[in-house]
Structure formats: C-alpha cells, structure tokens
Design a protein around this ligand. Structure first.
Ligand code: ADP
Ligand code: MG
Length: 705
C-alpha cells in the first residue's frame, strides 16, 4: 500500500458525509488537507494533576467525576452560570463555574468521567478555596474511552462547527494510520538531512500524536522537532515562491518612465493641493528613482494613519499617465475606493486625466462601460476594490499599480493585479501603502524584495488628538460634548462593534442610531453606515457626511480604514473594550485630520479584563503607531498580530512569522540558494512536480517549472 494523500476525507474512519461537509467549508477535502489541520495545544494525560496539589494561577489537566451540576440563571434570565462540582480519584473536590453555561444543563450526569483543563483561581467569595472558571472539558463516557484520549500526550484541536476536538482527534488518529514510508517529502533529501529534520510523514504523525517522551512545553510552544520541521517546510515553500518570482521578475521589463522632464514636473505640481512635507518629498524622490528604471519597482510605503500616503500614490500615478501608461489603485473597501475616486477626480480631472471607478457595486451597464474604457485605454487611472483583479478586467498599458492598506490584502491578490500587466508583456511598477508598522527585517522576509520607504512626519498644523476613557454611565456627558462640537460647526463619529455575522450586534448600531436620532439629537442630522448597506446606500450616506449634511455618523467598523473627512473632530467608540488595538488606532485615525483640536472618547464598562484595560490605557497614553503596534504585539502575542486574514492568505497552518522568525530566515536563505543554484535545477524541478495542487494554490507555485 502507498499513502494516498488525495483520499477523500469522507472515506476516513470517523468522518462520514456530514462531517466531510463541515470540513469542506474549511477547505479540507483530502487526507492531506486533514493532516494539515494541526492541534493548537496539547495536554499531558499520562499523569493527571491531583486536585489537592493545584495552586492558584497554575494551569492543570485533571481527571475527575461529576458530583453535581446546576445552572443558575441571572435576573435577566438569559445568561446562566453553570456550577459544577467534580472529584478526582484521590478524593479532592473542585468547584467549576461556566459563564453562559446553560447549555451544559442536563448534559453532565453524576458519575461521568471528565477531563478538565484550565487555570485554578481563588474563589473570590471564599478565598480559602480554589475553583476553575470556564475550564475546557471533555466527557469520557465509559466504554468509548480509547487510546487517543488518555495515557498519552493528547492533541487539542479547534472544533469545526459541531465536529468537536475529541471527534477530530479520533478521525485524525485514523488518518495518521494511513501514512507510511512511501509518503512523499517536499523537502529535498539533502537539505532535510543537513538540517536534521524528520521526514514529512514522521513529522505529521508526531505533531498529531506526540511520543510520550516529548516535552509538553516544547509542544505547546511549537518547538518539538516535528513541529519545527513543518514550520520550516511552510516557510521554505513560501520563500521558494518568492525566490522564483524574483527570478522571473528580474527578466521582466517594466516601462521606464521619464520623470525629470519639465512637463512631468509641471503636471506633478499642478495637482498638489498643499505643500508636501519633507518626508513626502523624500519618499516621492525614492519612488521616482525606481520608476525611471526598467526593473519593476516593488516598494512598500509605511506611514502612520494620516501621514499623507494617498497624495504620494497619486503623484506616481501622474508620472505613469504622463508617460502614456495606465495606472491602477486597489483599495480594501468600497467606501475607501469611492473616496479615493472622488478625491482623485477632484485633483486630476481638471488637469484632463480620465479616472475610472470599478467596484462590484456597479450595475451591469455601468460595469460594461467601465470595462470597455479600461480595455481601450480610455481610462487612464482605474480605482477599485478587488473587483480589479477579476478575470473580466483587461488593461491595455498598465504600467503602475498602487495597493492601499496592504494588510487587508494577501500577497496573492497583489500578484493577481501584477499579472494583469504581465498579460501585456511587461511587469508593472508596484507601490504598496500600509499603516501597519512591521519591523523592517520581517517585512523584507515576508514580502520578498519589497524596498521600504517610511513616511515619518505628519502634515503640519495638526493638533494632537485628546483621548479619554469613560464608562457607559457617563454617556449623557459624552453626548453633551458631541452636541457642543457639532454646534461649533464640526462633525463626529459614533462607532459600534460588529462581530461578523451577528445580526444582534448589528442591531446595536441600528437601534442606537434610532435612539440617538430621536431622543438625544433630535435637532441634528445623523447618518447610519454599516456593512449591509448596498454600495449606493453607503455612498449616499458618505456623501451627506462629507458635505456636512449629516453631522454625526453612526457607524460600524466600516469607517475603520482610510475614511478622510477633515471636518470631523469627535470619535466616540462604544464598547471600546471589544476592539483590538490596531483597530482602535485606525478608527482614531479618522479624526485629527484638520487643524482643529480633535477628541477621541472610548466608552467601556467599568468592569473589563486586564488586557482590555491595558489596551485602552495604551490608546490614552500614545498616538504613535509604532508604539501601539509594539504593545499590540506584547498583549496579544505574535499569533494574533497579523490577524488571521494575513496569515490565512499566506496559507500557513502552523508557521507564524513573528514567533518563528529564526525559521523564516533560515528558510529564506535555503530557498533562495536552491532557486538560484544552477547545479540544483533538477532537484528544484522534481520538487515542483511533486507539489500537490493544494500547495501550488497556497504558494502560487503552479505556473512555475
Ligand atoms: P493616510 O496616510 O492615512 O492615507 P491621507 O493620505 O488620507 O493619509 O492624508 C490624510 C489627510 O492629510 C488628508 O486630508 C490629506 O489631504 C492631508 N494631507 C496630506 N498631506 C498633506 C500636506 N503635506 N499638507 C497638508 N495636508 C496634507
Ligand atoms: Mg490612506
């Protein structure tokens, strides 16, 4: 028998059609995909901790039986706290509390054997006692206990819908049985031996089901040899795609633009609505020097929110258009695309440039016309969302591409846009704009050879934003303050959190909008902006706000990125404790864009977690994007820093660029050596042929080789 990695998951014991459906929603179709679904932590179930030994604030795994359990409902009736009492073999009993635990009622029965994992905490009412709050539990129902559950280091998986960690573990146990000697290894043999890594099959087996001798700490910090090998492998293939890209790009020719001619200089001056800062001038000079060359520009422009990145991109666009090329700007949201479109039109149309908008909200006929103009070259500058990378979009002479707020896009989307130009036989110059500060070495390693320009100066005349924190009890005062600002001719935002897919949360913004309009600000005009509005509705609301026909914009985080209305001086963020630091920073970046003093008010409950409090305190303390990113990294840990979207786009299952930086650097060196070494081209070709489709998709390696 040979390992057939392409086996459909539903054929694997413990999966079946229904679960296969759930897995498919996560992009897991084959045995190989399933094996790539890795545990996020491990428990030692060889030796369980005894209740009598546990200490406050320690984390423990305990095996114990249910003594009693009861849900206690709160006054409001909805939330229930489930109180559970368990006892272990040695007779130690431990109380546990589950907030929102109503679902446990009737599911846990006295005598049932449980495995609990959690932190021991001092019972606030009875300080002499320890308890666990919301421990993770697994029910071991008598007969079913098998060797995957106890007596070993046990992998814990994130549940996939109703497919729980325990069932996933069982299916995975069946899956790893299908791995044998013949499982192909994507790492070249020589490299693997030199680095002393286990084979791919071995690494997968032991990452899912570690040997008993493995250190639990190593596993939980992703440092077991098997995990290291998988981390290296992901980075290696990713870096290989960058290396091969670079090789291909070097051969490609970009259009060399004339930038020093008087006509171009004149054109650049003509569109500038203000005097550029020294930093803006320096960065434009760096970009201009790249645009003169036939080697394509690949540049990352980092600048904090409000530092004035847009105008630099527009200047580069003018250079391209003056040279007879088309230019494109891709933005992460429709609101932002439309805003860029409006300001570009304002600045560029009077100089005779033809600017086009392309978003998926365009109606059929409008879209057809836009596509035609882009194809014929009549549109010189196209601004849009990811609608720009759809297959139907064809350019005629795309020479320059700008991508705004890169952290919202994946590397692959950037490449898709570049491919549009490649279709015309040349590579475009690319400028990526981002407000997320990333340590330089890391960005180089992640983005291949992006050169980096830094905009480290804010435009003049900005008064620092005053940020304060307050509680819901003081909302009346907040509204009074907002009313005064509006009466003085300014505008403001009131932002509510929306957790994706949750209609309930969305209702908060809608209901509050109604209430604020009717009861709090009956004499003022309010606008409501959220993600479920159609493009036209969104645009209409934004338009009213821009023209100051609406003085207060009640919104969800759709206003987070890029929105630029300098007359707005107040940002009220309700439930500020639910936002991440970088999100808060982006939101606050919507104000302080004019000369007037701006105010950010963070409204949060009096009681919140220490982490939330630290986040808000950081916002009050500083407005420096680098400092905020640094704190964000410390508070959330590297795993969360890039957000799932970023690492998801890179397709990593286990590798984490910040945590695993040393492996990233090692992988980069090895991948670039392999790509460039003439003597190893055969090894390289063999590797590329062997890559399964999933890997080719993930790392965009399909077209090479
Ligand atoms: P971001 O870097 O966050 O994308 P924007 O490009 O939106 O920032 O610029 C923020 C605001 O500052 C805009 O209103 C823009 O018109 C203004 N601005 C940019 N550069 C200057 C400058 N040199 N002088 C005055 N205002 C500027
Ligand atoms: Mg911007």
């Amino acid at each position: 028998m040979t390992t057939n990695l392409g086996t459909a998951v539903r054929m694997i014991k413990g999966v079946g059609p229904q679960r296969a459906e759930l897995l498919a929603q996560r992009g897991i179709y084959t045995l190989e995909d399933l094996l790539g679904y890795l545990p996020f932590r491990y428990e030692n179930r060889i030796h369980f901790s005894k209740v009598k030994d546990i200490q406050p604030n320690g984390t423990y795994t305990i095996r114990a039986r249910v003594m009693s359990g009861q849900a206690v409902r709160s006054m409001r009736g909805r939330d229930a706290i489930y109180h559970l009492l368990v006892q272990d073999d040695a007779g130690g009993s431990l109380p546990c509390k589950f907030f929102h635990g109503g679902y446990l009622e009737g599911r846990l029965k006295p005598g049932q054997l449980l495995i609990l994992h959690g932190k021991a905490e001092v019972d606030k009412l009875r300080p002499a006692r320890l308890e666990m709050i919301n421990p993770q539990i697994e029910v071991l129902s008598g007969e079913e206990i098998d060797s995957t559950e106890v007596g070993r280091i046990v992998p814990i998986y994130e549940a996939i819908g109703t497919f729980g960690s325990r069932q996933i573990r069982r299916a995975m146990y069946a899956a790893v049985q299908l791995i044998d000697q013949t499982m192909p290894d994507v790492l070249p043999e020589g490299l693997r031996a030199r680095l002393g890594y286990p084979s791919r099959g071995e690494a997968l087996i032991h990452t899912h089901f570690p040997e008993p001798s493995e250190s639990l700490e190593a596993l939980n910090t992703f440092r077991s040899p098997s995990q290291q090998r998988l981390i290296f492998e992901e980075f290696f293939l990713y870096q290989l795609s960058l290396a091969l890209d670079r090789k291909a790009t070097r051969k490609e020719n970009a259009m060399a633009f004339r930038v020093r001619e008087d006509a171009v200089r004149e054109a650049l001056k003509r569109i500038l609505p203000f005097k550029p800062t020294a930093a803006q001038k320096r960065v434009l000079a760096e970009i201009a020097a790249d645009l003169e060359k036939t080697a394509p520009m690949n540049r990352l422009l980092q600048g904090d929110v409000g530092s004035g990145k847009t105008i630099i991109a527009l200047q580069a666009v003018v250079i391209a258009m003056e040279n007879g090329a088309q230019a494109a700007l891709m933005a992460p949201t429709e609101i932002l695309a439309v805003q860029h479109f409006l300001s570009a039109r304002r600045l560029l149309a009077k100089a005779g440039y033809r600017v086009e908008l392309l978003i998926s909200g365009l109606k059929g006929a409008e879209k057809t016309v836009a596509l035609k103009r882009i194809r014929s070259g009549e549109a010189q500058f196209v601004i849009g969302t990811h609608a720009l990378i759809e297959d139907s979009v064809e350019f005629t002479r795309l020479g320059f591409v700008a991508i705004d707020e890169q952290h919202r896009f994946g590397v692959l989307q950037r490449k898709r846009l570049m491919d549009k130009a490649a279709a015309q036989g040349h590579a475009p110059h690319v400028l990526v704009l981002t407000a997320t500060p990333i340590p330089r070495t890391l960005s180089l390693t992640l983005y291949g050879d992006l050169d980096v320009s830094v905009l480290d100066e804010l435009p003049p005349g900005r008064t620092p934003i005053a940020t304060r924190m307050t509680t819901e009890q003081h909302l009346a005062g907040v509204w009074e303050f907002l009313r005064r600002e509006v009466t003085a001719g300014h505008q403001g935002y009131v932002v509510y959190p929306v957790i994706e897919e949750s209609k309930l949360e969305l209702k908060a913004a809608m209901e509050e909008y109604e209430r604020l309009s009717r009861e709090v600000f009956p004499k003022l005009k309010l606008g409501l902006l959220h993600g479920r509005l159609s493009s036209e509705e969104k645009e209409e609301v934004m338009q009213r706000f821009r023209k100051n026909e609406a003085q207060i914009l009640v919104a969800t985080t759709v206003v987070e990125v890029g929105v630029d209305v300098p007359n707005a001086t107040v940002m009220v963020i309700e439930h500020a404790e639910r936002f991440g630091l970088s999100q808060l920073h982006q939101l606050r970046g919507r104000i302080g864009r004019g000369a007037q003093k701006s105010h950010c008010i963070l409204v949060a409950p009096a009681r919140m977690t220490d982490e939330a409090r630290a986040r808000l305190a950081t916002m009050v303390r500083t407005s420096n994007g680098f400092e905020i990113a640094e704190t964000d990294l410390q508070l959330r840990g590297p795993g969360e820093f890039f957000g799932t979207r970023q690492s998801g786009d890179l397709g990593f299952h286990i590798a984490n660029p910040l945590r695993d930086r040393e492996f990233l650097e090692l992988a980069r060196r090895e991948a670039f050596v392999l790509a460039d070494d003439a003597g190893q081209q055969e090894t390289l070709q063999r590797l590329l042929r062997m890559l399964p489709p999933e890997w080719q998709r993930r790392y965009h390696l399909a077209h090479i080789g």
